[in-house]
Design a protein around this ligand. Structure first.
Ligand SMILES: [Zn+2]
Length: 347
């Protein structure tokens, strides 16, 4: 311990690693798709620090090529400026499967072309952690291999791909699946789908939206008991711009998304991201699913950090970043620290 270290009295609070969220579309009134800028990223990171998140990947939902380029440029700036809480970018789309589009605009979903792959490879490493969600229907295995070699974590999602095909993409380098159960082929007894591949392949980790609406608690419990390691199920919020605000609606690719009773939906009722935050997901996991608190905290910190190979995040040990939260016994957030600096205090 340095002799001049500041002493902070935790007053009986628990100290836990700060939360790591690999899927954050927005927060604080900003949606990355609508404001792909340094200022937009700063607002999103600040908003989620109020809920204990100390490292996140601003996530771009399927959009036009120029918006992807703007988001990557903003990510480069945020990485260079070491914005507190910014870990890198998650590009969710546009190379997905139309049949599993979810809230993604079908007019903007398209196969990955060589120029797309070149652009991604050229920018690898320039914006920190690089995560991309792709569907085998729109991306070739050689492209996945090329992205992995360049340093991307490739996640399979928004896909109807079968279990065997998922295994082939796993061999090409894919190591993750995006929001387990949602927008993917389900586990059927004759075709175990991507859900079956994720649960039975220890080389795959996956995000889970534990807001209570995206996946039924019974299915969440089954998945947690079935998951083969070392790959883990970790928590993601899939949060939109409304997190940390009292906004009642917003737009995505020109379509209105409404907020009501804990859900965000398009006009046809399709779930469009989640109206939640990481602390709420941890509490749901612990109180609704009965996951021990220590494990629920690991699902929000250690496991996502490891899934993108961010070994300096998600843990409290020598040489890791001083990103941590203070929690009361009843799991209220008292303070959030990023890099040893307090960025949020409930007091
Ligand atoms: Zn999605």
């Amino acid at each position: 311990m340095p002799a001049d270290a500041e002493i902070i009295r935790a007053d009986g609070h628990m100290i836990a690693p700060g939360f790591v969220d690999l899927q954050v579309n927005g927060g604080g009134g900003v949606l990355l798709n609508n404001d792909p800028s340094l200022a937009g990223i700063e607002t999103i990171c600040r908003a989620h620090a109020q809920f204990g998140t100390t490292a996140l990947l601003p996530t771009l939902i399927t959009d036009r090529p120029e918006v992807v380029k703007q988001a990557v440029a903003a990510g480069r700036e945020a990485h260079a400026a070491a914005v507190p809480g910014f870990l890198g970018l998650h590009l969710e789309g546009p190379h997905l499967a139309l049949a599993r589009k979810g809230t993604h605009d079908p007019a903007l979903i398209r196969p990955m072309e060589t120029a797309d792959c070149d652009f991604l490879v050229e920018n690898a490493g320039a914006f920190g952690v690089a995560l991309i969600t792709v569907a085998p229907e729109s991306v070739q295995r050689q492209q996945v291999a090329r992205l992995c070699e360049a340093g991307y974590t490739v996640s399979l999602g928004h896909t109807g791909t079968g279990c065997a095909s998922a295994g082939e993409y796993r061999m090409a380098g894919a190591s993750m699946a995006t929001h387990l159960f949602n927008a993917m082929s389900p586990l059927n007894h004759r075709e175990p789908g991507l859900v079956g591949a994720v649960l039975s392949d220890g080389g795959l980790s996956c995000g889970l939206i534990a807001d209570g609406y995206h996946v039924d608690p019974v299915a969440m419990g089954i998945a947690l008991r079935a998951k083969k390691g070392p790959g883990r199920i970790f928590l993601v919020t899939d949060a939109m711009s409304v997190t940390g605000t009292d906004m009642e609606s917003f737009t995505l690719n020109g379509r209105t998304i409404c907020r009501s009773e804990g859900r965000l939906t398009l006009a046809d009722g399709t779930l469009a991201g989640a109206d939640t935050d990481m602390l709420t997901c941890v509490i749901n996991c612990h109180k609704v699913l009965g996951v021990p608190l220590e494990e629920a905290l690991r699902m929000a910190s250690l496991y996502p950090a490891d899934a993108v190979n961010a070994r300096h995040k998600g843990r409290l040990e020598q040489a890791s970043d001083a990103d941590f939260v203070l929690l009361s016994e009843d799991l209220q957030l008292a303070a959030t620290y990023i890099g040893g600096a307090r960025v949020f205090s409930a007091a």
